[in-house]
Design a protein. Structure first.
Length: 348
């Protein structure tokens, strides 16, 4: 159900209580929310938990003032998908901390459109600033919102970090754990096919052609394109850190404490161990009550890598070919915690 807002526009835009949920034609649809409803929304797509079922429809033209102002500084989580980003975002979502948004839809919608025209983002730039400004609103002025983006946004990072005071975490897997994560089932392989088609021009601009590649090759090139985007963004934005997903699940307490220190999350200082020993790190992050922990993740990863067999050296060879004139660093820069694992380390 969609309604015209009875709330004056300036009041509607002032608070996250009206969340910019999706772009529909020439309008932005706003969902009525509260801090509790955000916390209950594992994702802000069709799985959003609302305070009311109706949408509030506002013409995008009425939001033009937001395109001319910089978004509020925010803390961004950029990630490769299937590498623990939901777990991380939920670990940072504390009742006494800032608002956490998990995958706002408008950012994804516009970033996917931007990926189709990587050479000329200007026609969509104002719309992207509006979406970022809506996402970065806060409940408290001293607590920057934490925003977990999704894969298309990895190809449109700069406009989000250009805001003075914004910071970022780049959550990633080295090549082999990534392949195990995104190729572990038919459904995951289908996702690789869909996302590489959806983002094809941007991926090819970063990592070369996708034509003729099977799902393993496409997954490898998607990993390469995102890795290059992450490294380039970290070169430009010093307030950013890399986080190996394996470190998050293997040493969650120490990793969360280090992340709280890096990001200035004072309310989380010294709380890493308590969070790590709570139910979040022993259950499936996208569905409460389903048991899943690091030992289970590692066993699944090992089994998938064994099943992939000679696909792994094929993927490594493809990456070597595509990076011959522009090699990757041995490891990601500025790790949140400990030493970064080699990006191309040989596994089992």
């Amino acid at each position: 159900m969609t309604a015209v807002s009875p709330v004056p526009l300036d009041q509607l835009l002032a608070s996250p209580d009206h969340h910019g949920h999706a772009i529909d034609g020439s309008d932005m649809l706003f969902a009525r929310m509260s801090r509790t409803h955000y916390a209950e929304s594992i994702f802000l797509d069709q799985r959003i938990v609302r305070a009311a079922q109706d949408n509030v429809r506002v013409p995008l033209s009425a939001l033009g003032q937001m395109a001319s102002a910089s978004p509020l500084p925010a803390t961004w989580i950029f990630h490769m998908a299937h590498c623990g980003s939901t777990l991380l975002a939920r670990a940072l979502d504390r009742p006494d901390g800032p608002l956490v948004l998990r995958e706002p839809v408008p950012l994804r919608q516009i970033a996917a459109a931007l990926a189709q025209r990587p050479a000329d983002p200007r026609p969509l730039a104002a719309l992207y600033r509006i979406a970022a400004a809506l996402a970065s609103r806060r409940y408290r002025p001293d607590w920057p919102t934490i925003i977990k983006a999704n894969v298309p946004v990895n190809f449109a990072i700069d406009p989000l970090l250009d805001s003075a005071g914004s910071q970022a975490v780049f959550l990633y897997f080295p090549l082999e754990p990534y392949l195990a994560a995104v190729l572990r089932s038919d459904g995951h392989r289908q996702w690789v096919g869909r996302i590489t088609e959806e983002l094809k021009p941007a991926i090819e601009a970063s990592a070369g052609p996708l034509g003729g590649l099977d799902p393993v090759g496409r997954a490898a090139i998607l990993w390469l394109a995102q890795t290059r985007r992450f490294i380039a963004a970290m070169d430009r934005y010093p307030a950013s850190w890399s986080l190996d997903a394996g470190s998050l699940t293997a040493q969650p307490g120490a990793t969360l404490d280090a992340l709280a220190d890096r990001l200035g999350l004072d309310w989380m200082a010294g709380q890493g161990r308590a969070i790590a020993e709570g139910p979040l790190f022993s259950t499936y992050s996208k569905k409460d009550g389903v048991r899943f922990d690091d030992a289970m993740r590692r066993a699944r990863e090992a089994a998938v890598l064994d099943q992939l067999g000679d696909a792994i050296p094929r993927a490594r060879a493809l990456i070597a070919e595509r990076t011959a004139g522009n090699p990757l660093p041995d490891a990601m820069p500025r790790p949140v915690h400990g030493g970064a694992a080699p990006l191309m380390a040989r596994g089992r």
